[in-house]
Design a protein around this ligand. Structure first.
Ligand SMILES: C[S@@+](CC[C@H](N)C(=O)[O-])C[C@H]1O[C@@H](n2cnc3c(N)ncnc32)[C@H](O)[C@@H]1O
Length: 472
C-alpha cells in the first residue's frame, strides 16, 4: 500500500482551491459535499464557479497564486493548467506540511481522493494508487450496482439506535454480533422498500428482545484450500468475515489470510514437520476455551480439514464440551495442486483409482529414529495414481521402496511446491532420479508428490503460469 486511505473531516474548515476552470469546479463540488469552507484563488473563473460565488457557497479571490494564500489551510487543491503554478503550490504545501492534491499529477500530491461512491453516511473510496484510474472507476461502477441508493438510510437508522445498543451490550463483540444479525435480517428490506418507520419499530423490538448475556460462542472449522484465495468456498469466505478470532496454521497462504476479518484476533498455531508450535491437544483445548468466552472462532486449516488435517480430533473435543460448530470443506492439496499442475489424477487410459497417503515420518517404538510406515503393496498397484502429502523428507526412501515393490523405475513422478500459488514450482522426474532432482531444484515444504502415468499428461495439459514477479 503506497498511501493510507483515511476519511478527513473538513466540515467548516478552510480549504483552498487554486484554479478557476472546469477541473477546479469538479473538485469544488466534491469539497462542498463535505461542507468545506472553500476559498478559491484564480485570475479568472468559469460561469459555474461564478454562480457558486453569487450563492455564497464559496469565497473567491481574484488573484494569481501567492504563498500567503495557503496559510491556515487544512488542505489545498491545485487545479490550474499552468504546470509551473501547480509545482509551486505543491512545493509550498509540502514545505508547510499542508496536504496537497494536484490534479492529474500524482507525483506532486501528498493525498489523492480516489473514486468515490457516496451513500452518505456510507462512503466508499477506491484507489489504484495512480496506476489505473479507469480500473478504479470500473470497480466503482460494479460496486454502485451492488449498493442500492437507499443504503445510506440503513446507516442513518442504525445511527439512531447506536447509543441504545451500546447501553444494552457491554462488549464490542456482542454489539457487532447484534448488528450483524440485524443487517442480515428483514430490517434492511424494510428500509430498501421505503418502510423506514416499520424498520425502526422492528429494530427497537429486536433490541429489547435480545439476550445480552447469552453465550454465543461457536467454532467454524474451515478448509482454506491449498493457497489460491479464489479457491475458497463462498461459505468459507462468509465465515472468515464473521469471526472474532482466527486460529490458523502454517499452510494458510498470506493471500487467504488477507481475507480474514481485519479486526479479528489472529492466533498462529502453525505446525512444521519438526517444530510443533502448539501440540494438537492444546489446539483442541484452545478452541474450546475461546468459544466458551463467547467468541466466534475461525479454525482455519490448509486444504480440507478432514484430509490429513486432524479436523476430526478438534471437533471431537468441541462435542465433548458442548461447543456448537460447523465444518466447511476446502479444496484439498491433491485436487488443487494437481489441477494447477495440469495433471488429472484419474484418466481413462492411465489410472482408474487414486490413493491419498501421508509420507510423514513416525518415530520407531521406544526410539528416536524416524521411519516410514506405509502400505507399500497397496501403493505399488498398477493403473492408479498415488498422491503423497508431507513426503518431502522421506522422498528418497519412498521412491526406493516403490521400485523394490515392483513399480517401474521409469514411472513418472511430479513434486509440486506451493501449488496453486504464484510461488508454484514443479519438478518432473522418474522414481529413479526424483530425489536427486528435488534436491537440485531446492524445493521446500509444502510439497505434494504425485506418482503415476498421469504425470506425463502435464506435457500436454499444463496451463497455469505462476507470475514469478508477483511471487516476490
Ligand atoms: C498436514 S497436511 C494438510 C493437508 C490439507 N488438510 C489438505 O487437505 O490439503 C500438509 C501437506 O499438504 C500438502 N500441501 C498443502 N498445501 C499444499 C500446496 N499448496 N502445495 C503443495 N503441497 C501442499 C503438503 O504435502 C503438506 O505437507
Amino acid at each position: 500500500m503506497l498511501a493510507l486511505p483515511i476519511f478527513f473531516n473538513i466540515k467548516n474548515r478552510r480549504c483552498v482551491v487554486i484554479g478557476g476552470g472546469e477541473v477546479a469546479t469538479r473538485k469544488v463540488n466534491m469539497l462542498l459535499k463535505a461542507s468545506a469552507a472553500i476559498t478559491l484563488y484564480s485570475p479568472e473563473i468559469c460561469h459555474e464557479l461564478a454562480d457558486m460565488v453569487t450563492t455564497g457557497d464559496i469565497q473567491y479571490v481574484h488573484a494569481k497564486f501567492e504563498l500567503s494564500q495557503i496559510a491556515d489551510a487544512c488542505m489545498v487543491i491545485a487545479a490550474t493548467n499552468d504546470e509551473a503554478v501547480n509545482v509551486a503550490v505543491s512545493v509550498a504545501c509540502k514545505a508547510q506540511n499542508i496536504p496537497v492534491n494536484v490534479v492529474d499529477a500524482p507525483d506532486l500530491c501528498t493525498f489523492t481522493m480516489g473514486s468515490i461512491i457516496d451513500r452518505s453516511p456510507v462512503v466508499i473510496a477506491i484507489s489504484s494508487e495512480g496506476n489505473a484510474p479507469v480500473l478504479a472507476r470500473y470497480i466503482r461502477t460494479k460496486i454502485e450496482t451492488m449498493l442500492p441508493a437507499t443504503y445510506g438510510r440503513i446507516a442513518s437508522i442504525a445511527g439512531e439506535f447506536r447509543d441504545a445498543v451500546k447501553a444494552k451490550f457491554p462488549t464490542t463483540q456482542a454489539r457487532r454480533r447484534f448488528w450483524e444479525g440485524v443487517l442480515q435480517g428483514p430490517m434492511v428490506e424494510r428500509v430498501l422498500s421505503g418502510q423506514e418507520q416499520a424498520a425502526r419499530e422492528l429494530l427497537g423490538s429486536l433490541l429489547s428482545d435480545a439476550d445480552a448475556t447469552a453465550n454465543k460462542g461457536e467454532v467454524f472449522l474451515v478448509g482454506g484450500g491449498p493457497g489460491d484465495p479464489d479457491l475458497l468456498t463462498f461459505r468459507a469466505l462468509r465465515l472468515m468475515q464473521q469471526c472474532d478470532v482466527c486460529v490458523y496454521d502454517k499452510l494458510i497462504s498470506p493471500e487467504v489470510m488477507e481475507l480474514v476479518r481485519r479486526d479479528a484476533e489472529l492466533i498462529y498455531v502453525g505446525k512444521s514437520r519438526d517444530q510443533h508450535t502448539l501440540p494438537q491437544e492444546e489446539i483442541n483445548e484452545l478452541l474450546v476455551k475461546l468459544a466458551l468466552q463467547g467468541k466466534r472462532v475461525l479454525r482455519l486449516k490448509g486444504g480440507d480439514p478432514f484430509i490429513f488435517g486432524r479436523g476430526g480430533e478438534e471437533i471431537e473435543t468441541l462435542m465433548q464440551h458442548g461447543v456448537p460448530f460447523q465444518v466447511v470443506p476446502g479444496i484439498s492439496a491433491a485436487n488443487g495442486v494437481s489441477s494447477y499442475a495440469g495433471i488429472p489424477l484419474t484418466h481413462r487410459d492411465y489410472a482408474h483409482a487414486c490413493l491419498f497417503i501421508t509420507g510423514h515420518l513416525k518415530a520407531k517404538e521406544n526410539s528416536k529414529e524416524l521411519m516410514l510406515d506405509l502400505d507399500w503393496v497397496a501403493m505399488s498397484r498398477p493403473r492408479q495414481t498415488v498422491v503423497i502429502y508431507m513426503g518431502l523428507v522421506g522422498l528418497k526412501e519412498i521412491c526406493e521402496k516403490l521400485i523394490l515393490h515392483g513399480v517401474a523405475a521409469t514411472m513418472p513422478v511430479a513434486v509440486v511446491q506451493q501449488g496453486t500459488t504464484q510461488r508454484q514450482k514443479v519438478v518432473i522426474a522418474t522414481l529413479a532420479d526424483l530425489a536427486e532432482k528435488v534436491v537440485a531444484a531446492g524445493l521446500k515444504p509444502p510439497c505434494l508428490t504425485i506418482v503415476g502415468e498421469v504425470v506425463q499428461l502435464r506435457e500436454k495439459l499444463n496451463w497455469f503460469e505462476p507470475n514469478t514477479q508477483k511471487a516476490e
